[in-house]
Design a protein around this ligand. Structure first.
Ligand code: GTP
Ligand code: SPV
Ligand code: MN
Length: 638
C-alpha cells in the first residue's frame, strides 16, 4: 500500500485507520485529499468521461439512474445500547449489523484508489467543530465533499494529535448489479463510525452532511446539552431601524429551506430589508453565555435542489451557479453540443432547439412527456459563492436566534403562519407535525407522513428521548427561548394552484413573526386552538397582488381538518409508548380539548395513559395551563 497526496498525515490514530481501511477494502493506492487538489481531480473526472465541462466553466454529472436520492429504508443506526432503538431509525445491535456490512465491503476497492478525505464541520477556530475522516472510492464524492465541507490540511490541523474523529468508510459498490437490499447506509454513533455502500449520491455518500452533522452530531448533542437540527439559518436586517434578527427553520427535504435562506425581498420591500444567509440545511444550536440560543451552520457549501430555480424565484441561488463558481450540476438536462444545462422551471418555456439529453442521458424534447431534470437534481457550490452570505457565517459562536419555524408541504388545513403560545408548545408542534413527502427520498412522493422537526430520516436515537431533550434545552433557556411558529407556503386552491406566491414574498410572513416575537402591538392576531394567526391587515402586503379570498383561505383555522389531525397526533404520540414526555402529553390534551372538546380530550387521555403507562399528574389534569409555561405575548395585544 502506497500513501500519496499533497499533504502528509502524522496523527497516528488517523494513519492506523487509513491502513486498516485500505487493508479491509483491498485498495492498491491511497491518496490523501486537500482542498487544493480540486482542479486536478475535476480534470481527472472530466478525462474519465464522468464529468462534463459546461460552456460557462461549471460542471455536469449524471448519477446512476437508480441512485438519485437518499434511501431511508436502507439507512440504519447501530449501537450497543438497545434503548437507542427508535420508531424510525432502523436500529440494529452493532454486533449484528456492523460485521455484516464490513464483510460486504471487504475487497471492494481491489484495483481501485482509496481517497482519504479529512473533513472539518464548523469553523477551524471553534471548540464546537468536528472532524471526520472519510475514505471513499468515488472521485465524484471527493469533489462534492470539497465543496460541502472544509477538506484536507485545515481538518487535520484542527484535529491535531487527537483520536477524536469520525471514522467513515464509503464504497460505491457495483451499482449496476446491486439489489436494493444490498445497499447499507449505517451510522454507528457510539463508536463515531459511518459505513456506506451502494450509493454515491448526496446524503447517502457525502458524510459531512446528514451522517456527521445530523445523526452523529445529534447523538453527541444529546449528551452535551445542545441540538443538531435540519434547519436553515438566516438574518433579516431592517435597514430603517438597523435591527438585525436571526431565525432558524426546519422544513423537510425539498420543502424550501435553501430558497428561504437565499430569498431576495420583493421589490416593494427591497429598500428597507436585507436578507442574510448563514445556512440552508443544518444548524447546530446551543445556549450562549448570554443565555440565548445561538445557531451556527457547520457546512461549507450548498447541495441544493435545482428544479424551480430561476430569476423570479431565486436570484441568489442562480448567482451561486454563475461562471467561475465551479458548481457541479447533477442529473439535470444537458446539451453536449453547446455545453448547456436546463431544468424544469429554469425558463418559462422549455428549450425549443434540438440536441438535448435528459438526466439519464437519453435524447429529450419538451414533447417527450418526461422530465429533462430529475426532480431531485442538485447543484453543489461552495457557500462563499452565495451573494447574501452573512459575515457571521464564520463566527464560531454563531448568531442569536429570535424565532424558530417548523413547516412543510401541505395542500390544505395548515395556515400560512401561526404562532405557538410558548416554547414547549413549539416543541410539541414540531414533534407532531405532518407533511407531504418529496423527491429527496427514493420512496413514494407526495404521501402524507409525520415528520417531526423535519428529522425523521436523521434520527440516531429514540424519538421520545429526542423530544424530551428538546424540552430540556428549551426549559434551560427559560425566558430567553425563541418564539415558535409554524408556516406553510404550499396551500392550494380548488384550481390546484398555490394560494401564496412564496419565495421572496415569504419575507412578509417572517416579518410578522419577528414583530410577534418582539411583542409588537402592530402584529395583530386571532387566537385559535392551534395558535395565533395573523389578522390580514397585520401582514405587510405592500406591492403584492393577492385576492382577499386567497388571503382569508391562507389565514383560516379549519376546525374539521384539525379534529382529524388531532386524532392522527394522538396515534403518533401513542407510538412513543412510555417514552412520551409528560409535557407533550399535557400540551396535546390541552390542544385536543380546544380543538375537539372535553370528550375528545378524555378519549385521547385514555389512549395515551394506556400507551405510555403514565397517569397524568393531578396538577396537569386540572390546570388549563401548565405552571411552567409562560405566554410570550401579553393577552392585551393578541
Ligand atoms: P433539501 O435540500 O432537500 O433539504 O431541500 P430544501 O428544504 O432546501 O428545499 P428547496 O429550497 O431546495 O426547495 C425545494 C423545492 O421547493 C424547489 O423546487 C423550490 O422551487 C420549491 N420551493 C421552495 N420554496 C417555495 C415556496 O415558497 N413556494 C413554492 N411554491 N415552492 C417553493
Ligand atoms: C435532504 O434530502 O434533506 C438533502 C439532500 O439536503 S441529501 O444530502 O441527499 O440529504
Ligand atoms: Mn436537507
Amino acid at each position: 500500500m502506497q500513501i500519496k497526496g499533497s499533504i502528509e498525515i502524522q496523527n497516528p490514530a488517523v494513519l492506523d485507520f487509513i491502513r486498516k481501511s485500505a487493508e479491509l477494502l483491498g485498495a492498491a493506492d491511497v491518496e490523501i485529499i486537500d482542498d487544493s487538489d480540486d482542479d486536478r481531480l475535476i480534470e481527472e473526472e472530466v478525462k474519465a468521461g464522468k464529468l462534463f465541462r459546461l460552456a460557462d466553466g461549471n460542471f455536469y454529472a449524471r448519477s446512476h439512474p437508480q441512485d438519485v436520492a437518499r434511501s431511508i429504508d436502507r439507512t440504519f443506526v447501530a449501537t450497543r445500547n438497545p434503548s437507542d432503538k427508535g420508531l424510525h431509525n432502523n436500529w440494529r445491535p452493532t454486533d449484528e449489523l456492523v460485521p455484516k456490512v464490513l464483510e460486504k465491503m471487504r475487497g471492494s476497492m481491489k484495483g481501485k484508489k482509496m481517497y482519504v478525505i479529512p473533513y472539518l464541520m464548523g469553523p477551524a477556530n471553534s471548540s464546537f467543530s468536528r472532524v471526520g475522516i472519510q475514505v471513499t472510492d468515488s472521485r465524484y464524492v471527493v469533489i462534492n465533499m470539497i465543496r460541502m465541507t472544509k477538506v484536507g490540511k485545515i481538518a487535520l490541523d484542527s484535529l491535531g494529535d487527537s483520536a477524536n474523529f469520525t471514522h467513515g468508510l464509503h464504497c460505491t459498490g457495483e451499482l449496476d448489479k446491486l439489489k436494493h437490499e444490498d445497499r447499507y447506509y449505517v451510522s454507528v454513533p457510539d463508536e463515531r463510525m459511518i459505513l456506506s455502500t451502494g450509493s454515491a449520491y448526496g446524503g447517502n455518500a457525502l458524510f459531512g452532511k446528514k451522517f456527521e452533522s445530523l445523526r452523529q452530531a445529534s447523538y453527541d448533542a444529546r449528551k452535551e446539552g445542545w441540538l443538531a437540527e435540519h434547519m436553515l439559518i438566516m438574518g433579516i436586517e431592517d435597514k430603517k431601524t438597523g435591527a438585525l434578527r436571526y431565525i432558524a427553520a426546519a422544513f423537510p427535504s425539498s420543502s424550501g429551506k435553501t430558497n428561504l435562506a437565499m430569498m431576495t425581498p420583493p421589490p416593494a420591500l427591497t429598500s428597507r430589508y436585507r436578507v442574510w444567509m448563514l445556512g440552508d440545511d443544518i444548524a447546530w444550536l446551543r445556549q450562549g453565555a448570554d443565555g440565548r440560543l445561538w445557531a451556527s451552520n457547520p457546512e461549507n457549501g450548498c447541495f441544493g435542489v435545482v428544479p424551480g430555480t430561476n430569476e423570479m424565484t431565486n436570484t441568489y441561488a442562480l448567482a451561486m451557479m454563475q461562471p467561475g463558481t465551479k458548481t457541479i450540476f447533477t442529473n439535470v438536462g444537458y446539451k453536449p453540443k453547446t455545453g448547456n444545462v436546463w431544468w424544469e422551471g429554469k425558463t418559462e418555456k422549455p428549450p425549443q432547439d434540438e440536441g438535448w439529453l435528459d438526466w439519464k442521458g437519453h435524447p429529450w424534447t419538451p414533447y417527450s412527456g418526461t422530465h429533462a431534470a430529475h426532480p431531485n437534481s442538485r447543484f453543489t457550490s461552495k457557500i462563499t459563492n452565495a451573494p447574501n452570505l452573512s459575515p457571521e457565517w464564520k463566527n464560531p459562536s454563531g448568531v442569536p436566534i429570535s424565532a424558530i419555524f417548523f413547516g412543510g408541504r401541505l395542500p390544505a388545513g395548515e395556515p400560512l403562519i401561526r404562532q405557538l403560545p410558548d416554547a414547549a408548545s413549539g416543541v410539541y408542534d414540531g414533534a407532531t407535525m405532518g407533511v407531504r413527502t418529496t423527491a429527496a427520498e427514493s420512496s413514494a412522493i407526495d404521501q402524507f407522513r409525520g415528520d417531526f422537526m423535519a428529522m425523521l430520516p436523521f434520527m440516531s436515537y429514540h424519538e421520545g428521548d429526542y423530544f424530551q431533550h428538546w424540552l430540556n434545552v428549551m426549559e434551560k433557556l427559560g425566558d430567553h427561548a425563541p418564539a415558535f411558529f409554524h408556516v406553510n407556503w404550499f396551500n392550494k386552491g380548488a384550481d390546484g394552484k398555490f394560494l401564496w406566491p412564496g419565495f421572496g414574498e415569504n419575507l412578509r410572513v417572517l416579518l410578522w413573526a419577528l414583530s410577534r416575537a418582539e411583542k409588537s402591538p402592530e402584529a395583530e392576531a386571532t387566537v385559535t386552538p392551534i395558535g395565533a394567526i395573523p389578522k390580514p391587515k397585520s401582514l405587510n402586503l405592500e406591492g403584492l397582488k393577492i385576492s382577499s379570498e386567497n388571503l382569508s383561505a391562507l389565514l383560516r383555522y379549519d376546525p374539521d381538518y384539525w379534529k382529524h389531525e388531532m386524532i392522527r397526533r394522538t396515534d403518533f404520540l401513542a407510538t412513543l409508548g412510555p417514552r412520551l414526555p409528560e409535557k407533550l402529553f399535557e400540551i396535546h390534551l390541552r390542544v385536543v380539548e380546544k380543538v375537539s372538546g372535553s370528550e375528545a380530550r378524555r378519549h385521547a387521555q385514555d389512549i395515551l395513559e394506556k400507551s405510555s403507562q403514565k397517569k397524568l399528574s393531578p396538577s396537569s389534569r386540572s390546570k388549563k395551563n401548565s405552571p411552567r409555561l409562560k405566554s410570550p405575548t401579553p393577552a392585551a395585544i393578541r
